[in-house]
Design a protein around this ligand. Sequence first.
Ligand code: BDR
Ligand code: CA
Length: 311
Amino acid sequence: PVPIIIDCDPGHDDALAIMLAAGDPAVDLLAITTVAGNQTLDKTTLNARRVCTVAGITDVPVAAGCDRPLVQPLDVAADVHGVSGLDGPMFPAPTVDVVPEHAVDLIHRLLAEHPEPVTLVPTAPLTNIALLLTRYPQDAARIREIVLMGGSTERGNRTPAAEFNVLTDPEAADIVFRSGAPVTMCGLNVTHQALATPEVVARFVALGTPLGQTCADLLTFFGSTYRALWGFPSPPLHDPVAVARVIDPGLVHCVEAHVAVELHGRYTRGATVVDLHRSTGRPVNARVATVLETGPFWDRMIAAVAALGAG
Ligand code: BDR
Ligand code: CA
C-alpha cells in the first residue's frame, strides 16, 4: 500500500476522505493532521477525532497544526459545513485523542522515519504543507507526491474565480505549487463530477451499519447547504477524489500543466491559473485532474465505509 498522510479540515467531505483512506487497502494511512479552514482549528481537530471514533480508526495519530493562514485572517465556511464544521449527525464524545506534537513536526518526523517516500494528501488550506516546505526544504525529497484537493481549471466556489482551499490561504498554495515537489491538483472541475446523488446516499444507508448511516446524515446536511447556496441537485464530494487518485490513478485522469496561484488580482485573488493549452511557455509544475471515473469511485468509497463498519 501507498503510505499517505491526510492533512484536512473536517468538514463533511474531509470526513469521507478520512474513511476512504482508512478503509481502502491500497493506502496505508500514517497520520491525520488538521488545519484551520472549514472551521477553526479546535473544531476541525475535534471533528477529526469524532470521525476516527465513529469509524473505529484508533491506530492512526491525529495532530493539530496551524490555526490560521500564513498572511490573511481565517474566514471559515460555516455556511457550507455548519457551526460545528460537521453539522448533521449526532456524534458521541470522541475517544480518540490528539498526539502532543504539532502537525508540521509530525509530518516532518514521519517523512524522516518512513522507509519509503510518503504521499501527502491535503484536503484543506495548504498552511501546514507550506510551513513544512519552508521550514524543512529538504523534506521535498522525502515526499513522493502531494495530491491535493483545491483550485479549479474553471470557475471558483468562494468567489467567481477562487476555490475555498486556495482562497483561504493563497500564499500557502503559491508556496506548494512553486516548491518543485510533484503536485497533483484535484480541483472543482473534477470534484464536481463526484455528486452524491440520492442513489449514492441510499447505498450508504443500505450498508446497514451505524457508520453507513452517519455518512448518509453527513451527505444529507451537505446536500442541503449545496442546494441552498449554489442550487446543486446533489453535493460534490470533493476531498475523497484526491484520496481516490492515490488509491488508483486510473480513477482520476490528469493532464500536465503549469499552475500559478493569483495573489494580487483585484477580483481574482486565490484563483488557480492553469495553462492547459501551454500558452505561457512556463514549465509544467503539476498534474491537473480532469476526469473522474464516477462509478468505480463510488464503489471504492462505499467499500471503504463497509470495511470500516465491519471492523
Ligand atoms: C473544499 O472546501 C472545503 O469546504 C471542502 O472541505 C473542500 O476541501 C472545496 O472547495
Ligand atoms: Ca476540506
